[in-house]
Design a protein around this ligand. Structure first.
Ligand SMILES: Nc1ncnc2c1ncn2[C@@H]1O[C@H](COP(=O)(O)OP(=O)(O)OP(=O)(O)O)[C@@H](O)[C@H]1O
Length: 241
């Protein structure tokens, strides 16, 4: 079966600065894939290309069998960017309604999806407030809710839990696992937090625009002979298996 996401030989520079070098990834349906790396490693650039917001200089990216960028796939890809793109003069609910109507959800579906995503991110009681009055964490949670609103097959989440308190973070991760296990969603999560990396089915560690190493968390721990994921990352930076 074709993978849900295939990145082949992708290179990208901004001006003279190379940002991604020969990146290859294969992500099967129903996988929770972690893209791990320090600030500036190239994670956001890579996920933007997978979503179709940036174009690779060379190489190719396919999502659900279609070459990206492809406007026809907007409905199938939920994207949560690192910076929140919200209408701050509107309420949380109005933001969700706006995006739900962009995706042409019927009135009945809109109601159901808004109730579900708001509950998921614990914003049900704040839906009538203007987003301008939201805290940073609440805005992140609303962005995550928007990424899920159209019930996409593929979720691409750029640092989804930054600024979110530990308790809610755990319940959001639980939901990612449920979406993958019960609904067969394919999910990419970028993070620089190693305790999130170990929850992924498969991780790729990125630095300076290159994939340093990749594998399941247990494969990587075995390969680098450590139980500590921070150490896996450090060792991967110096030693190539
Ligand atoms: N539009 C742009 N024009 C010029 N340089 C850019 C642009 N976007 C990203 N870069 C550069 O590309 C490199 C990779 O950035 P990117 O945002 O992909 O990294 P990242 O791994 O997502 O980091 P972070 O976790 O801090 O977001 C950085 O050096 C950044 O300055």
């Amino acid at each position: 079966m074709n993978p849900t996401i295939r990145v082949e030989e992708v290179n990208k520079s901004f001006g003279k600065k190379p940002v991604l070098n020969d990146v290859n990834l294969t992500i099967p349906k129903g996988q929770l894939f972690g893209l791990i790396g320090p600030s500036g490693a190239g994670k956001t650039t890579l996920v933007k290309m997978i979503v179709g917001m940036e174009k690779a200089d060379t190489g190719s990216i396919h999502v659900l069998g279609e070459r990206m960028p492809n406007l026809g796939l907007l409905q199938e890809i939920g994207y949560m960017a690192q910076s929140d793109a919200l209408y701050v003069e509107l309420t949380g609910e109005e933001n969700l309604k706006f995006f739900a109507s962009l995706y042409r959800l019927s009135k009945g579906e809109q109601k159901k999806r808004i109730a579900y995503v708001a509950n998921l991110v614990n914003l049900t009681d704040d839906l009538k407030k203007r987003v301008a009055a939201y805290s940073g964490g609440m805005k992140r949670r609303l962005s995550l809710a928007i990424a899920l609103i159209q019930d996409p097959k593929v979720l691409i989440l750029d640092e989804p839990t930054v600024g979110i308190d530990p308790e809610l973070k755990l319940s959001i991760w639980k939901e990612f696992l449920r979406l993958k296990n019960e609904e067969d969603k394919t999910i990419i999560v970028t993070t620089h937090v190693m305790d999130e990396a170990v929850k992924c089915d498969y991780v790729a560690m990125v630095r300076d625009g290159r994939i340093l190493t990749s594998g399941t968390p247990s494969e990587l721990k075995a390969l680098y002979e450590t139980d500590d994921f921070d150490e896996v990352f450090l060792k991967a930076g110096v030693k190539r298996p």
